[in-house]
Design a protein around this ligand. Structure first.
Ligand SMILES: C[S@@+](CC[C@H](N)C(=O)[O-])C[C@H]1O[C@@H](n2cnc3c(N)ncnc32)[C@H](O)[C@@H]1O
Length: 419
């Protein structure tokens, strides 16, 4: 680019303006991404389904192309401040007050009165939260809820924020120190005094912390059942359970169960499968640790059995063994140790159905990667890619028959049988 052009356009060859402030957008990328987004939108208006992930990825790439590296890095660096502002809106009661007021606005003054604080503080955190579309600013210091605030005000959602703030944020701020001191263990060996990042940070386990902190436990229990609401489809709709599991020979009380839900928590997932498929008569048995089963009531339609999945599986030859969000708590060595017991119990007709994230081997969406790092920090667990699942299951003599997926849903159902 000639010097004159630089003066006229304010842009240098490396895409940074001569005053060094504003990066020049890569206009070719901007145009081609904008075209792609518009094509995807047109397809949708013609009722042709477009994977949401593809749509979002194009929009995110467009934003990045427009903002350029300096703005991108600064935005990401400051995300914790958005988090703090969101927590202030939750804890001050501003979120609930605005949602309770319907879509009618409330001023900073009115909100400050309700939450017994300074209107200036309200104005300051609402400045961020209206900019990120959590609320609408309808006039100077006048705010209104929208569908995002309404979603956040649903039971359990704000508890999810609190839980992440209590667990993930402190581990995040400790991660550099763990790294520097050689204390960041991906697969810790407890016998050598190595621990996962949670224990390295808090000097206790998640479960012990929950036992000692009743507010945290309440937040945990309210967040867990709703954590993937609106983001996932039940496994029995991803995997065509209504037909695949509707088989003869598993419908009598003395016969092996149709479905064994290993680590099935209270049994709510299996109960929803039974409720959605009343024509399927076989028994469904939910297995979990005594401490989990004893603190809850059995939902309708399922039997429950205390079972530690690191010990021999007492139910042999069930039509299907089901594990949802269980193996992501464990690394491969531990997963193999627990899976071995279920594989030993499987007959040639049995299927193992795993409902978990199935990350694409390349170009995975950010959400899956986020969950993977969270599992590493909390439990030394991991979310797995397609190839990682296959390698794990094949190492146990299983053959992956099919990975059932639905567009736009991160979780899949991996169906495998004995080879
Ligand atoms: C992340 S939760 C998933 C629960 C349920 N499948 C779901 O998706 O909501 C993991 C479950 O595994 C259970 N669990 C952990 N260790 C276990 C073990 N050794 N044997 C059996 N269940 C276990 C926990 O009690 C918990 O209910």
């Amino acid at each position: 680019m000639a010097p004159n052009d630089i003066l006229q356009n304010g842009v240098s060859q490396n895409g940074v303006s001569h005053n060094g402030i504003s990066p020049n957008p890569d206009l070719n990328s901007v145009l081609s991404l904008a075209n792609k987004i518009s094509e995807l939108a047109v397809l949708q208006t013609h009722q042709i389904s477009v994977p949401q992930e593809e749509f979002l990825q194009a929009i995110q790439r467009l934003q990045i192309a427009v903002e350029g590296p300096a703005h991108y890095v600064a935005r990401k660096r400051h995300e914790p401040n958005e988090y703090a502002a969101t927590l202030l809106a939750i804890d001050s009661g501003v979120l609930q007050a605005l949602v309770d007021n319907g879509r009618k606005p409330l001023s900073a003054q009115e909100l400050a009165k309700k939450s017994k604080t300074d209107p200036l503080l309200i104005t300051r955190f609402m400045r961020i939260l209206t900019a990120i579309a959590l609320f609408d600013e309808v006039d100077l210091d006048l705010y209104r809820s929208n569908e995002i605030s309404e979603w956040l005000a649903r039971p359990g959602q704000a508890d999810g924020y609190r839980l992440i703030a209590r667990w993930i944020l402190p581990i995040t701020s400790n991660i550099s120190s763990l790294w520097k001191n050689d204390r960041l263990f991906q697969f810790p060996d407890e016998s050598k005094g190595e621990h996962n990042p949670f224990i390295e940070t808090f000097k206790t386990t998640q479960w012990d912390m929950l036992r000692k902190d009743s507010d945290l436990k309440r937040a945990f229990d309210s967040y867990m059942p709703i954590r993937r609401n609106g983001l996932r489809i039940p496994w029995h709709e991803i995997y065509p359970a209504a037909t695949e599991l509707d088989v003869q020979g598993y419908s009598e009380p003395h016969e092996p169960p149709l479905l064994v839900d290993v680590g099935g928590n209270t049994g709510y997932e299996s109960a929803s499968f039974k409720a959605a498929n009343p024509h399927i008569k076989g028994r469904v048995v939910v297995q979990d640790l005594a401490e989990t089963l004893n603190s809850s009531v059995a939902p309708e339609g399922v039997e429950r059995q205390v079972y530690d999945c690191f010990t021999p599986q007492p139910i042999k030859g069930a039509r299907a063994y089901f594990m949802k969000a269980l193996l992501h708590d464990f690394d491969d060595a531990e997963s193999r140790r627990l899976l071995r017991h279920t594989v030993d119990a499987m007959s040639p007709g049995s299927s193992l159905l795993i409902d978990d994230w199935v990350l694409p081997d390349a170009n995975a969406p950010v959400a899956g990667g986020t969950y993977d790092i969270m599992m590493l920090m909390l439990l030394s667990g991991m979310e797995r890619s397609e190839n990682q699942w296959k390698a794990l299951l094949e190492s146990l003599g299983l053959e992956v028959k099919k990975i059932w997926r639905k567009d736009g849903v991160g979780e899949g159902v991996i169906e495998s049988k004995k080879q």
